[in-house]
Design a protein around this ligand. Structure first.
Ligand SMILES: Cc1cc2nc3c(=O)[nH]c(=O)nc-3n(C[C@H](O)[C@H](O)[C@H](O)COP(=O)(O)OP(=O)(O)OC[C@H]3O[C@@H](n4cnc5c(N)ncnc54)[C@H](O)[C@@H]3O)c2cc1C
Length: 307
């Protein structure tokens, strides 16, 4: 009930406009969003680097309404890649959304932006991760990533995300790994119909574990994005039992979520990457985080009134 309320609120335009412009809104968002400016996300990434944690940087924004807006987001991403080089972030990359690059307006515009960013990532010794959005974009995202990955020099420089809640994901992993494409596995954050996605959380969790095994035995470096302690425990056991190197994959978590677990895994010798979002368009992202764990709303409100 609360989950669907927050998901519904995440698309509420007047509330979004009000929140993103208000100082109170910005302060509330700071629990999950590293700031509004590039300098702030660089500082957050450097702090994590000092703790042995890699990062992926996300300039927040979804579903643009003009080609100019898409180009503006592309420019921010080029600045992020320059910042990664300038600040000597040795293991940092970028995560972007295709709708932010104009996918709904003109798929060829989105593809040319992603092609240019991947070329820049090659120069910067970095990597482009194309986030996965709702199911209307699944096939188009996979196809676009495969095309850009197949261009000369791009092998291993662009990857995408697979969502364990979708029935199709096992087959998609087969296709992507056959091309040598790196995958981030997550549970999935969008509202999907029962024809396409497991409705029960326990089935999503079981599929996540099954797909984790498929990835860990693929011989390609993948990211396991979850804060689920039971899944992480199972993965550690599987890796130990099968003598899989701790360097051959990474765990990924979101900025501000389960920092205790992030640090504990690094101490145990696992690789950890944190997804750091920033920017003025924080509202839908923030609401999705509240939807995942409505108790966060109470936690954030308490912190707000304590400060
Ligand atoms: C690095 C990264 C990238 C992602 N990229 C995508 C993407 O491209 N596309 C997509 O659809 N989804 C993406 N997601 C979101 C993902 O699909 C899930 O919605 C989200 O990670 C919550 O699932 P979980 O695996 O942590 O498990 P859950 O079962 O939801 O949570 C397990 C435990 O984690 C903790 N937890 C989870 N969420 C929160 C929270 N918001 N606040 C506090 N504690 C929390 C709680 O302790 C909870 O009990 C990404 C997630 C991560 C970590």
């Amino acid at each position: 009930m609360l989950r669907s309320t927050f998901i519904a609120l995440s698309t509420n335009k007047p509330l979004r406009r009000f929140s993103e412009r208000s100082a109170v809104g910005r302060r509330l968002s700071s629990r999950f969003v590293a700031g509004m400016e590039i300098d702030e996300v660089m500082r957050a990434a450097l702090s994590l680097q000092n703790l042995g944690i890699a990062s992926t940087l996300d300039a927040l924004g979804e579903s643009v309404h003009s080609a100019e807006e898409a180009q503006k987001h592309a420019t921010t991403y080029h600045q992020l890649l320059d910042g990664i080089t300038r600040h000597k972030l040795t293991d940092s990359n970028v995560s972007l959304k295709l709708t932010q690059m104009g996918m709904d307006l003109d798929p060829s515009l989105a593809e040319s932006i992603v092609r240019d960013l991947t070329a820049h990532a090659v120069q910067a010794n970095s990597f482009v991760r194309v986030d996965m959005e709702g199911s209307p974009y699944t096939q188009a995202t996979i196809d676009l990533v495969r095309r850009v990955h197949s261009l000369p020099g791009n092998r291993g420089r662009i990857g995408t995300v697979i969502q364990a809640y979708l029935y199709r994901s096992e087959a998609d992993i087969k296709t992507l790994t056959a091309d040598g494409i790196r995958i981030r596995l997550c549970k999935g954050a969008y509202k999907e119909p029962a024809e396409l996605a497991f409705p029960a959380k326990k089935d999503v969790d079981a599929n996540y574990i099954k797909l984790t095994r498929q990835l860990l035995t693929s011989g390609i470096f993948h990211g396991l994005a979850t804060h689920d302690e039971a899944i992480i425990r199972d993965t550690k056991r599987f890796v130990d039992e099968n003598k899989i190197s701790r360097d051959s994959f990474e765990f990924q978590m979101l900025y501000g979520i389960r920092r205790d677990l992030q640090h504990a895994l690094v101490k145990e010798g696992f690789r950890m990457r944190v997804y750091i979002p920033f920017g003025p368009e924080w509202y839908p992202y923030f609401m999705r985080r509240l939807a995942e764990r409505p108790a966060n709303a109470i936690f954030i409100a308490k912190q707000f009134f304590r400060n």
